[in-house]
Each structure stands twice: as C-alpha cells, then as structure tokens.
Design a protein around this ligand. Structure first.
Ligand SMILES: [Zn+2]
Length: 117
C-alpha cells in the first residue's frame, strides 16, 4: 500500500474515532440528566428504562467499534494495516474503503460470520 493511501485511511480512522467519542460522551451526558429526573408515574418510569437500555446497547456497540478502530490505527502505525489478521493476504481495497477498520479480508470475514474462524 502506498504511504499516501495509508495516510488517508489513518485519517479516516481518526475522524471516525472522534465521531464515536463525541457520541459516547453525548450518551453519557443524557444518562446523567435522566438520572436526575424523577419519573412521576410508572408509565414514564418504564419508558425511561427502555430508553436507558437502548443507550447502553448503543454505547457497547460503539465501544466495540472503537476498539476495532483503535486496533486499526495501531496497525497503521506498525505498518501492517490492510493485511488480513487471519490469512495475511491484503484486504480488498473496496472493503477497506467501506470499512477501514476491517481486520479480515472478505473471505475470512465470511468464515467468521459463519462461525468457522
Ligand atoms: Zn483473510
């Protein structure tokens, strides 16, 4: 991979990380605000529980993504970005453009999705 290409992917990863961190921060802030409010009746309380669970799910999903992005930035710095962690072949350019934090090439990702990796 060319250095300019690598730089572009790294930049995209850093930007995505910033976006996620902003969102994680926003969710935490709104959770803190919700906790301060007293739900006046059971209906409201039930609804606010659902909202909170949704926010937790979002946060945990985003945290997973954040971990993948951090790992991809590390690989970019160590010079093995764009190489499948399972088979060591180059990850397809189209895939990297769509998912720059991808750890696997398309073939290995399929195996993983099927639980065979
Ligand atoms: Zn692979």
């Amino acid at each position: 991979m060319k250095a300019t290409e690598l730089k572009r992917y790294r930049k995209a990863l850093v930007e995505k990380r910033g976006e996620l961190l902003d969102r994680v921060h926003a969710v935490r802030t709104s959770e803190a605000q919700n906790r301060e409010k007293e739900a006046p009746d059971l209906g409201d309380r039930a609804l606010s529980t659902v909202t909170r669970e949704l926010q937790y799910q979002l946060t945990s999903g985003e945290r997973d993504m954040l971990r993948l992005i951090e790992a991809a930035i590390k690989r970019a710095d160590e010079g093995d970005f764009g190489v499948c962690v399972a088979c060591s072949k180059n990850v397809q350019t189209g895939r990297l453009q769509a998912v720059p934090w991808a750890r696997h090439c398309i073939d290995c990702q399929e195996l993983q999705d099927q639980g065979e990796l």
